[in-house]
Design a protein around this ligand. Sequence first.
Ligand SMILES: Cc1cc2nc3c(=O)[nH]c(=O)nc-3n(C[C@H](O)[C@H](O)[C@H](O)COP(=O)(O)OP(=O)(O)OC[C@H]3O[C@@H](n4cnc5c(N)ncnc54)[C@H](O)[C@@H]3O)c2cc1C
Length: 384
Amino acid sequence: MRSVALAALKASWDGGWPFDRLELKLREEVRGFVGEWARRGPLWWQVGNQMVPGFYRELARRGWIGLHWPPALGGSGMSRVATALLLEELNYGLAPDGGLIPAVAFLGDLLLACGTPEQQQRWLPRLARGEVVASLGLTEPEAGSDLAAVSTRAEPREEGLEVWGEKIFTGLAHQADVAIVLLRSEVQVEDRHQGLTVCLVDLHQPAVGVEELKTWGGWRQNRVVFQGAKVSWDEVVGEVGQGWQVLTTLINLERSAIARIGLIRRLLEETWPDHREGTRDWLRLWQEAEALRLLNYRMAQAWDLGKRVRPFQGSLLKVRAAQLLDEVIDLVRDRFGLMGFAFNRSPEMAQILDAVERNRALFTIGGGVPAVQKDAIAKFGLNL
Ligand SMILES: Cc1cc2nc3c(=O)[nH]c(=O)nc-3n(C[C@H](O)[C@H](O)[C@H](O)COP(=O)(O)OP(=O)(O)OC[C@H]3O[C@@H](n4cnc5c(N)ncnc54)[C@H](O)[C@@H]3O)c2cc1C
């Protein structure tokens, strides 16, 4: 009974979006590769958002970093739908995808949207070859949800900007070569959203310090201290002082990329109840996950067709996906208890659920707290 119902649901999920021939071929390749990787690991739940060099190199070798970027910039010339599919399959296969989202959705896509042709030429081919690891430095001790409050300074010098201040929660900074950083370049402004600048800071210079921030979930975050770090003028993204506009694009790209829809599907499949009783709760979550997945593909398709992607859609995707992950864990706890699940069903899956639970903050808070996402949905989606 359980296997018949699940097989039908899996088929409905797989057939739920009209992928083209190339995308379907990609799906088979990703599934094959991830299945093979899963036998040796490490897997995502063991390393979190850390980059696993061997895996990252394989992604690059297969042309999967920047799948939708133009070949002239080192990409594979596929669709954004293909990139969304890749992320979904990596999540589903519990693959250690750390590094991929910062490379593609943060740095590469940001430069495609707001960078100069020279910046695109300088960064995208190297990112696609897996030679550069990127990170994102927005949050500061006094500026999280309210990013207009950032106080890390960009001081103009003849050859570029000099950076003073600190960022926290900078994922991957200990492995990264470069950080996309939001800075205050002008202090006397009428509106706090003015006088901000986004630039790319080389993390290997001596004026940059990276310290570990331990999280309860056990996955590493960082504090990054800038003491006069240098940024040349050609590494400013957009205009000096116009960073808020660049940031809006960046945040929209980020939120669309970090919803772990494939992971939700995997957890639901693995914890599906053996008896008819209780199936309704799982089914409800499954249907919601499918709906979010379709929203995700519709957004990717809109990008492909050059249509406007509305910022609240990324917020909706991100906030609801984080809630769904919570709800799956709560269901398993209520129905089996995690220990019960471990003994009766799968010790490994119990460990995975535990890792997801301990890292709830990453899903819920990372990329913006729910209150801020809901604000965006209310304002831009519902015109409230
Ligand atoms: C695991 C993890 C990874 C992260 N990775 C990165 C990264 O790589 N790069 C990076 O720059 N940042 C990263 N972050 C930081 C993350 O983006 C911030 O934590 C987040 O934006 C919230 O900021 P804050 O922690 O300062 O909390 P605050 O913004 O100070 O929020 C504190 C409380 O106030 C509430 N609140 C805030 N604003 C509102 C509002 N408008 N209405 C109602 N209530 C509100 C919140 O709900 C929350 O309860 C990461 C965070 C985590 C936990």
